[in-house]
Design a protein around this ligand. Structure first.
Ligand SMILES: Nc1nc2c(ncn2[C@@H]2O[C@H](COP(=O)(O)OP(=O)(O)O)[C@@H](O)[C@H]2O)c(=O)[nH]1
Ligand SMILES: [Mg+2]
Length: 330
């Protein structure tokens, strides 16, 4: 039987979309240093200009945000992050962005894309990835795929990604081994020529990741706690909606009773009004999307809750949040 968390079908085929809930979406989290092409990669996956991708470091992503698409029969959610570990994020901002990232990708991503350039691999790059692994926890690499951006530049000098890897040295080769040989080169500049194929190949790889993890998405203590809170929030949203709907219906009945109408006319109008109310509430977004929208906003209420969860877990030692070492000047 297919468990609720299983996103890919039993026979590991892409199953058609069956609604809007989170059970049928593929969640992808982009990680990497500033300027390596995370936002551009997100846009390629979504086939849309969803995230701001710029040359100038002044206008880089400063906040985690999400984008959706429905492609290849799936709902794909992409969570873009600022360079969480390399920018001058204050400790407060890092906690905030980590909470936002976890909240947006809860109950857990199907893969982490470790985005890097295909020009050089430095010890700074290596440290950055190791810190992500520390931050998220043990199974991190079981869900990691390396995305090398700048395939167009390699093409221009008639090099393949394999050529680059051979020249790049042992450290990068070790990292690739840790990711179980999962890497892909992306050309985010000329999406039209290679866009569909590279995104399809990536989705195929993600399918393998999920299947190698027994059909499960990534999770850890923090995601578990976050998800518990989010489900509570969803319940509250549903309760509020139900109360509002009930109040609205009562108000409608009251107004109707005051009207001077024949029983037939009343019956017809009640039916009409009830349908309007029914339609209005049916059209409201999935509670999860309401939570995510709130998380994406400035000072969202839910974000505050998640930052609290993060703080508690850090104190309890569940999280290897080496905040101090992250802020050592390099
Ligand atoms: N040539 C080339 N440039 C890229 C590619 N991907 C991203 N870039 C450029 O790299 C710069 C930084 O990209 P951005 O997505 O903002 O990086 P982020 O900070 O990691 O989100 C932008 O000028 C992009 O156009 C690629 O595949 N090829
Ligand atoms: Mg960006």
């Amino acid at each position: 039987m297919m468990s609720e968390e299983t996103v890919w079908g039993q026979n590991m085929q892409l199953v058609p979309l069956q609604g809007q809930g989170i059970h049928n979406e593929v969640r992808i989290v982009l990680l990497g240093k500033t300027g390596v092409g995370k936002s551009a990669t997100g846009n390629t996956i979504l086939n849309a200009e969803c995230f701001e991708s710029k040359k100038s470091p002044a206008s880089v992503t400063s906040k985690c945000s999400e984008g959706y698409t429905q492609r290849f029969g799936r709902t794909i959610q992409v969570v873009d992050t600022p360079g969480l570990l390399d920018t001058k994020l204050s400790e407060k901002a890092l906690k905030e962005e980590l909470s936002r990232c976890i909240g947006l990708s809860s109950p857990g991503p199907h893969c982490f894309l470790l985005v890097m350039e295909s020009t050089r691999f430095t010890s700074e790059d290596e440290n950055c990835i190791n810190q992500f692994a520390d931050m998220f926890g043990n199974n991190f690499f079981h869900y990691a795929i390396i995305v090398f951006t700048g395939k167009d530049d390699l093409d221009r000098v008639k090099k393949t990604i394999r050529n680059y890897l051979e020249e790049a040295g042992e450290n990068l080769q070790n990292l690739i081994e840790k990711c179980n040989d999962r890497y892909i080169a992306f050309n985010n500049i000329d999406r039209n020529s290679s866009g569909e194929k590279q995104v399809e190949d990536l989705l195929e790889m993600i399918k393998d990741v999920v299947s190698q993890n027994n059909g499960r998405f990534y999770t850890n203590k923090l995601y578990e706690q976050a998800e518990k809170h989010i489900q509570k929030m969803e319940k509250e949203i549903i309760e509020v909606r139900n109360t509002e709907k009930k109040d609205e219906t009562e108000k409608m009945e009251k107004e109707l009773s005051k009207k001077n109408l024949s029983p037939e006319e009343k019956k017809r109008e009640r039916k009409e009004k009830l349908k309007q109310i029914e339609d209005k509430y049916a059209k409201l977004p999935d509670p999860r999307h309401e939570v995510r929208n709130d998380l994406s906003g400035d000072g969202g209420f839910f974000l505050g809750v998640l930052i609290g969860v993060l703080g508690t877990l850090t104190m309890m030692g569940f999280l290897v949040l080496k905040l101090a070492s992250m802020f050592k000047p390099s």
